[in-house]
Design a protein around this ligand. Structure first.
Ligand code: ZN
Length: 329
């Protein structure tokens, strides 16, 4: 140890933290859990759920965007900002899903670990879907394989944040990923049972692009990737033409988006002599109620897969995914 270092340590112990090479390595108190369980704050339910699965007993996970709420239009409340400030680590989707929260998340990122899960997932997997204007499609959870990459991003981030419990995060993620792998196979089988000429999913906004690519569907949304812009009359008219021409039997509403535009579409088709029904309500950007099966990521995907298959003439196994898993596959 140099004489200068010795002197500084002796006279001014509080300076030691900013000097490297003097004595023992300083612990950076701004990183890592300060106590257990530590607090994780998340945005949408799809992320809250997978973080809870991987973190297990080591963390309390608080999601700020409730069921039925559209994240594209969501602005953080004063209470949300409190939860984000209280968090030890933050996970959000990114790719502009939480478009109105970008600034607050950016600011917090200078003070604590803040991870954009879907952005990380598409970077790792090369999964990204872009629209005609080269905007990233943020709805990565609609492809179970894509969300498996998100689980890996969460696992890696928690291991970096809390290396002491690295093996727990590995084990939690491994078990969960195994179930997701089977969920992916289930979705492939059930959606694959829809007659080929009816594999067309018409919804309120373009949330199902990843699902379409993964499981062989064609998708049309009345609104684009975000719900921020209002649909124009031309969008509705051209989709009405499409429904009539292709004899599409059903369209789908979304739990977090107004039904109005879908109803206009059905009326338009009806006026042209083609009957279209609501095939069911899908969870696009929000999950079902907290504490229910549809309030988990697995339950949300199963609900969507079964609803789409039933609405478009496919076959859903009796007992759904849970019974299907028990059979030897
Ligand atoms: Zn969306």
């Amino acid at each position: 140890m140099s004489r200068l270092c010795t002197l500084l340590l002796f006279l001014l112990p509080w300076v030691a933290g900013i000097l490297s090479g003097c004595g023992e390595k300083q612990v950076d108190s701004s990183r890592g859990p300060q106590a257990y369980p530590y607090q994780v704050t998340t945005t949408v339910g799809m992320i809250t759920d997978i973080v809870g699965e991987v973190a297990g007993r080591h963390a309390v996970v608080k999601g700020i965007i409730a069921e039925g709420v559209d994240p594209h239009l969501y602005a953080a409340t004063i209470n949300d900002v409190k939860e984000l400030r209280a968090a030890d680590i933050i996970f959000y989707n990114g790719l502009n899903l939480e478009g109105k929260m970008g600034e607050v998340l950016g600011k917090l990122g200078r003070r604590k670990p803040v991870h954009a899960v879907a952005k990380g997932a598409v970077e790792v997997s090369g999964y990204a879907l872009l629209d005609e204007e080269d905007y990233y499609d943020p709805h990565v959870w609609m492809d179970v394989r894509g969300w498996m990459s998100a689980v890996e991003v969460v696992r890696n981030s928690l291991q970096e944040f809390d290396p002491q419990h690295e093996s727990d995060y590995s084990a939690n993620a491994e078990g969960y990923l195994d179930t997701l792998k089977r969920l992916d196979a289930y979705a492939r089988e059930v959606l694959g049972s829809i007659p080929e000429n009816q594999r067309v999913l018409v919804t309120a906004h373009d949330a199902f692009g990843y699902m379409a690519r993964a499981y062989g569907l064609e998708v049309r949304g009345i609104q684009g990737l975000s719900t921020e812009a209002k649909p124009g009359l031309r969008d509705i008219e051209s989709l009405v033409e499409f429904l009539v021409e292709r004899r599409i039997p059903a369209v789908f509403v979304e739990s977090s988006v107004s039904r109005k535009s879908v109803e206009a579409l059905m009326e338009g088709a009806h006026d042209k002599g083609h009957k279209v029904v609501v095939g069911g309500e899908l969870f696009s950007d929000a999950m079902g109620g907290r504490g229910t099966y549809a309030g988990t990521y697995i339950g949300m995907i199963e609900h969507n897969v079964n609803t789409i298959a039933r609405g478009l003439g496919g076959a859903v196994p009796e007992g759904g995914f849970r019974e299907w898993m028990k059979s030897d596959r």
